[in-house]
Ligand binder design. Structure first.
Ligand SMILES: Cc1cc2nc3c(=O)[nH]c(=O)nc-3n(C[C@H](O)[C@H](O)[C@H](O)COP(=O)(O)O)c2cc1C
Length: 169
């Protein structure tokens, strides 16, 4: 899929067949995450691949808007390492760039995906950190749920001329 087609047709997918994501597709999605830009090229990101059904269930008990995770059967938690990047703002931006790359990669592979926000909600950050035994310096920023789609959605044209400014506001 052409990159612009991927950008313009990607949607959040919340219904899944439950068919497993292949190791090859998973690796491609992870590589897309690693490929994203990062402030000062510090690359402070870590990726936790989640497939264990018990863990997926527990995450849906912690995260109120990630119930599709169990049906999808796979999630990738994108985390930032505070020892590599001390500014939380950059951690969030670096992880978000990875997440968007991963959403587009999944879409390009014909899979569905949805971004489930974790940071800055303390209850989600603390709950997920405890569950997955994340080290102190690791901040979970967002969860990419990925799987085989069981719904299709029309592209959404959100271009809004009233929000585009040239040279000054
Ligand atoms: C920071 C962030 C957090 C989000 N968290 C959730 C979430 O917890 N659960 C969910 O179902 N969707 C979540 N979304 C997806 C948005 O709801 C979705 O992108 C938005 O409704 C637009 O729809 P689209 O992705 O199909 O274009 C999140 C998106 C972002 C950027």
């Amino acid at each position: 899929m052409d990159v612009l087609e991927a950008i313009f047709t990607r949607r959040s997918i919340r219904k899944y067949t439950g068919a497993p994501v292949s190791e090859a597709d998973l690796k491609t999605i992870l590589k897309a995450g690693f490929c994203a830009p990062s402030a000062m090229n510090l690359q402070p990101r870590h990726f936790v691949v989640l497939k264990d059904s018990d863990i997926l269930n527990k995450i849906t008990e912690i995260h109120p808007y990630a119930e599709m995770l169990t049906q999808a059967g796979c999630g990738i938690l994108v985390c930032g390492d505070r020892t590599k990047q001390s500014e939380i703002g950059y951690i969030v931006e670096d992880c978000s760039a990875s997440i968007q790359n991963m959403l587009l990669a999944a879409h390009g592979l014909g899979l569905g995906a949805v971004w489930c926000g974790v940071y800055p909600r303390e209850q989600r950050v603390n709950g997920i950190s405890q569950l997955l035994k994340l080290p102190e310096n690791i901040v979970p920023v967002g969860l990419v749920v990925v799987g085989h789609k069981d719904e299709s959605k029309e592209p959404n044209d959100r271009y809004d001329e009233t929000k585009v400014h040239f040279d000054k506001w």
